[in-house]
Design a protein around this ligand. Structure first.
Ligand SMILES: Cc1cc2nc3c(=O)[nH]c(=O)nc-3n(C[C@H](O)[C@H](O)[C@H](O)COP(=O)(O)O)c2cc1C
Length: 185
């Protein structure tokens, strides 16, 4: 599958069929996160693959989203911000979040290419997840990803925003590009 097709076909899936994903595929997708850009080249992310059904049940409660418990694997994405914050201070806190998003997108696109499905879970009670998975206090939980196979393979994707709504030229809200000089053409 070409890159454009993978990007465009990815969507959040909240209903999985009963087929169990191959855990090796999930590791393949996690492996690709290492290629994401990181401030100062310091890789801040850590991943916990959860397959223990009791733990998945408890995590589902901590997310207050029942569909999470229907997945047979969960990937919990964490960041250790300490080195980046030491190097860049307040900006470092923002870098940690930005690079988590960048790494997660690599993960999501590989999951899509492998024919697996997931949904980004950003809502959960941090302290509860930390307790269940023995995650230290100083580590931040970025997101959780229940992994499975889409129940409805014919699902179509809705585009929610038009291209001309997101693009400005030269300054904020300037929606037209200035006429190019002859030498730029
Ligand atoms: C930071 C973030 C947090 C999210 N948290 C949740 C969540 O807790 N539960 C959920 O069902 N979807 C969650 N989503 C998924 C969004 O609802 C979804 O990406 C959005 O509706 C667009 O749909 P799409 O992913 O199919 O393009 C989250 C997405 C992001 C980026």
């Amino acid at each position: 599958m070409g890159l454009d097709k993978i990007i465009k076909s990815r969507r959040s899936v909240r209903k999985f069929n009963s087929k169990k994903p191959d855990w090796r595929s999930i590791l393949e997708a996690i492996d690709l996160t290492r290629y994401a850009p990181m401030a100062g080249g310091n890789f801040t992310l850590r991943f916990i693959v959860v397959s223990d059904l009791e733990k998945i049940k408890k995590i589902t409660k901590a997310c207050q989203q029942d569909f999470v418990g229907k997945a047979q694997y969960l990937v919990v994405v964490c960041s250790d911000p300490s080195r980046t914050v030491n190097s860049y201070g307040k900006k470092g806190e923002s870098y940690v979040k930005q690079q988590a998003g960048s790494a997660i997108q690599n993960f999501l696109l590989k999951i899509e290419e492998l024919g697996l499905s997931t949904c980004w879970i950003g809502y959960f009670v941090d302290e509860q997840i930390k307790k269940i998975l023995k995650i230290p206090e100083k580590i931040e939980i970025e997101a959780l990803f229940p992994i499975g196979f889409d129940y409805d393979k014919r699902r179509t994707r809705k585009m929610r925003i038009d291209f001309d709504e997101i693009l400005y030229f030269d300054e904020w809200k300037q929606i037209r590009m200035k006429k190019l000089k002859k030498m730029d053409v």
